[in-house]
Design a protein around this ligand. Structure first.
Ligand code: SF4
Length: 303
């Protein structure tokens, strides 16, 4: 690195609360100071190995030369967060960060994945994976689950939380699969949605992960939070978020994209204090709650 080009380091507090304010103040100062600020930007955006081209994508149509903080209006002139080149850049970097990821729920069949996904609601995959090996040993088939009452299943799934509802859903789904689908999990969105406890998220997990059918995009809590931070959607409703993502992400990427975002949510882009200084998406991410930023933050880009 040339002498004098020192990338900015994250604050000791872990949060760069002053970034936007600092930019605003700088822009109000002399032209010399503005020029210094832009020089500083170049240094910072180039500090990450994957950021050379990225800065162009990040800043394309997103001028900060006006001196106004970019987040000061809901719509930033000339900036389109879902522009194809920006989305493609996000996908490319996700591929670099998470080239080969899949569902973290332990399963050996479509049925086991249905059960694990139902149990994962309001719980962690780690927690579910602690419970399911013994559960599937005890009840090895769909028919074995279908023969239970929800009350009989409750003690086995208690530690995943909301165990009464989950027991009801699992046993109800098993009974329906045995009665109406010949004991096989259907590989069809409409049929899957008729199973108790199965909504689009679970159906998309099963279709994508087990059957490799891209019928939609999984929208769980991680996808909800991160796609809003990345301004890929402004919606709050999971179904509307899914529709937005299906419009901008190529269909052949739907399955992998969901897994990548979920892994990103576990590893770096966590709900509280995302690890932005370590994130390869940093200089094309304008999330309002970033903990470290080399680009302006948009007040509407939040989880
Ligand atoms: S820069 Fe921060 S907020 Fe943006 S995607 Fe990365 S970890 Fe998440």
């Amino acid at each position: 690195m040339p002498r004098g080009m020192v990338p900015r380091q994250p604050a000791r507090t872990g949060r760069q609360d002053k970034v936007r304010v600092a930019r605003t103040l700088l822009s109000a100062k002399s032209g010399q100071r503005q020029s210094a600020s832009r020089q500083d930007d170049r240094v910072n955006t180039n500090a990450h190995p994957s950021r050379g081209k990225a800065s162009a994508v990040a800043l394309k149509g997103h001028s900060n030369a006006s001196g106004k903080p970019a987040g000061s209006s809901a719509k930033i002139k000339g900036y389109n967060p879902v522009a194809p080149d920006r989305v493609a850049e996000i996908l490319k970097r996700l591929d670099q960060m998470y080239p080969d990821v899949t569902c973290a729920l332990t399963h050996a069949s479509a049925w086991e994945l249905v059960v694990a996904t139902i149990l994962s609601a309001q719980s962690t995959d780690v927690n579910v994976n602690r419970v399911t090996p013994e559960l599937f040993r005890k009840y090895p088939t769909v028919a074995a689950f279908a023969a239970l009452t929800p009350e009989q299943l409750e003690p086995d799934v208690r530690s995943t939380g909301f165990f009464r509802n989950k027991s009801k859903s699992v046993v109800g789904a098993a009974k329906k699969i045995v009665a109406e689908f010949g004991g096989e999990v259907p590989k069809d969105m409409e049929k899957l949605l008729t199973l108790p406890g199965v909504a689009r998220k679970t159906a998309n997990v099963v279709l994508g992960t087990w059957f490799k059918i891209a019928d939609g995009v999984v929208v769980d809590t991680h996808v909800h939070r991160i796609t809003r931070r990345l301004e890929l959607t402004t919606q709050n409703d999971p179904q509307k978020i899914e529709q937005d993502l299906m419009r901008i992400v190529p269909r052949e990427k739907w399955i992998l994209f969901s897994h990548q975002i979920i892994w990103h949510g576990r590893k770096l882009c966590i709900a509280r204090k995302p690890k932005c200084a370590d994130c390869a998406l940093e200089n094309i991410c304008h999330a309002a709650d970033k903990t470290w930023s080399t680009v302006e933050m948009h007040k509407n880009a939040k989880a």
